[in-house]
Design a protein. Structure first.
Length: 293
């Protein structure tokens, strides 16, 4: 059971897959295995995988990224699981540095790391994300406050027993699935962080950017599940968390030009957390000045 299993879910990203596999094979801490889960691709994905030796290939009917990741874990043998999206790549010391964090503290169940976002056409860096949380941080995730998980998905590695203890990815969670998994882990285990850009996140036209309506549905499901927990501490954070949730969504709808949904979520945010009213009173100024939400 020792070692790291790398799970790469993919759906019609054959043109990027070779670079992802090569970056996993080039790790200074060599993975025990690399598993590619083809979620019903119709492109050159099978041929790409066949060009590599010792890569375990699984093909399934299209079921979404959660089902693909869970299937990869089911077929894996490592003590640790690291997820790599098929259109991203890793820096060579990514696994080495994350496993060092696990080895330094047995209470850590998940380790994430910094991320570099780059333009697919030019290779130029768009942004570098290095602000992440560590320790006992379930409240940060629930509240959408402070630094949280950097780019969950390709940046996270987990202990196998941790992943199994929380039930893996929720296949009903179509958007926000990474956030949901990280929160469930953070409720039971500490989170570690490596503040270095060890993941290269590819920004391209075919990237699966979810629209605001999808985010609204996905995060609404997340909060329904989170607040089904009767724990008094969790319940004490409900108003603040929902106030922040509606504030974030209102800003997203504002910038997408859906002002009706902006007003709906702004009102909900203020109802849950009246202190947010000052934030919304400044929105006309933000629109004129082009400020962030």
């Amino acid at each position: 059971m020792a070692g790291v299993s790398v799970v790469i879910p993919t759906y019609n990203f054959g043109r990027f897959l070779a670079a992802a596999i090569e970056s996993a094979q080039a790790q200074t801490l060599r993975p025990r295995e690399i598993i590619v889960v083809d979620d019903g691709s119709t492109d050159e994905t099978p041929d790409v995988v066949r060009s590599f030796e010792s890569v375990h290939y699984i093909r399934q009917e299209n079921g979404g990224v959660c089902a693909a990741r869970n299937r990869g874990v089911e077929d894996s043998m490592g003590e640790f699981i690291a997820f790599l999206d098929a259109d991203d790549t890793w820096e060579a010391r990514k696994l080495e540095k994350q496993i060092a964090v696990f080895n330094s503290d047995p209470e850590v169940g998940l380790v994430h790391c910094g991320m570099r976002e780059f333009d697919d056409e030019t290779g130029e860096t768009i942004a570098t994300h290095l602000h992440g949380a560590e320790g006992w941080m379930a409240d940060n995730l629930l509240l959408w406050e402070g630094p949280v998980i950097v780019g969950p998905g390709g940046t996270i590695a987990v202990r196998r027993d941790t992943f199994e203890a929380v039930g893996g990815f929720d296949t009903q969670q179509k958007v926000g699935e990474d956030w949901d998994l990280c929160y469930r882990i953070a409720r039971k285990y500490k989170v570690g962080f490596v503040p270095e850009p060890l993941v290269n996140y590819r920004s391209h036209g075919a990237a699966a950017h979810r629209n605001v309506v999808d985010m609204e549905r996905g995060m609404a499901l997340f909060y329904r599940k989170a607040f089904s927990d009767p724990d008094p501490h969790v319940q004490s954070l409900r108003a603040r968390a929902l106030g922040n949730y509606h504030k974030v969504l209102s800003g997203s709808f504002f910038h997408s030009g859906d002002y009706g949904s902006f007003l709906r979520h702004a009102a909900a945010s203020i109802i849950h957390r009246p202190a947010n009213i000052g934030h919304f009173l400044a929105f006309p100024v933000r629109r004129i000045t082009g400020g962030s939400r």
